[in-house]
Design a protein around this ligand. Sequence first.
Ligand code: PHB
Length: 391
Amino acid sequence: MTLTRKTLLSATIAAAALCAAPLSHGQAQGKLKVGLMLPYTGTYASLGNAIENGFRLYIGEQGGKLAGREIEFFKVDDESDPSKATDNVNKLIKRDGVDVIVGTVHSGVAMAMARAAKESGTLLIVPNAGADAVTGAMCSPNIFRSSFSNWQSAYAAGDVVAKQGKKKAITITWKYAAGDEMASAFKEGFEKSGGQVVKQLNLPFPGVEFQALLTDIAAQKPDAVFAFFAGGGAVKFVKDYAAAGLNKNISLYGPGFLTDGTLEAQGDAAQGIFTTLHYADSLNTPRDNAFRLAYAKTYKQQPDVYAVQGYDAGQILSVGLNAVKGDVGKKAEFAAAVEKATIDSPRGAFTLSKAHNPVQNIYLRKVDGKENKVVGVAAKALADPARGCRS
Ligand code: PHB
């Protein structure tokens, strides 16, 4: 038989088999199309990679399948650019026809994704971006978050800083939703506990021209500085802060993003910094130890909070898909199962609120060598207030 005749024959057989196969649930559903929309370039590139690694680690532990379905990945680099976000998310929804989207890191990009997910009904699991509205005013039965809200990550820090005896603080952040929301949540927590925010500084994302702002901080002499930067920007900020000598007299605090996944590069400049976050390097629980070992073996590097969030996005997807036997069309059943579940996260077990944001412990951590070591729990089982969510 010639190659062409053989190919033709097998194509005919395949087509006949397809027509004959009843479209039942389970194996006949074919591959599950997962869209990863993450930053693979720019200041948040390392965060995007860690999220993908964590997500793939979990899928790998399930034998590469969820609810019996193999996974097919579609990837988009969102560049942490909100102006391209709607086009980018539509590549996944309309062009590739994905069943579920996992993304992203940047709050501004995530807002556009949440809008598109709400309109199209596509399942969305946010593995980082903390934009309060995603599980607030934009909350939706098909939108879930495996990470945190911006409010959650910064509110607890306010109380901690006040309890450490600091009276006057300055906040410094990038000027976009994440920075704005974290600065205002810090202020809310700090002032409730008796402190006062005397100035709120910011610069455009992803700028790293910190010098003029550091000069301003030196002139104001607050007792504390609360800073939100992450990825490459956090490395530069922490180093510049120390190089300016500010770390000797004005204690630097932040949400844990300031020192997570960055300590290798920050070195001495980061030593002793206190941060608050829903993860830490030294939890030393069997669950976290197993996760850290598996991650380190697979990727030859230590995991960070972003890796955990990617891993847990996989867990949330798995819980929902198992409940609907792989049929993503059953949105209400999918949501009901996730709402009832306890996610066995490396960070510690958590549940999702009605608005689909983790209810979780916020740890107080202190940088010691290359680790964010736990020194306490800043807030136990903290739930985001989900302001504006009416579902
Ligand atoms: C955000 O934009 O929501 C964001 C980005 C990076 C982080 C944390 C929050 O590390």
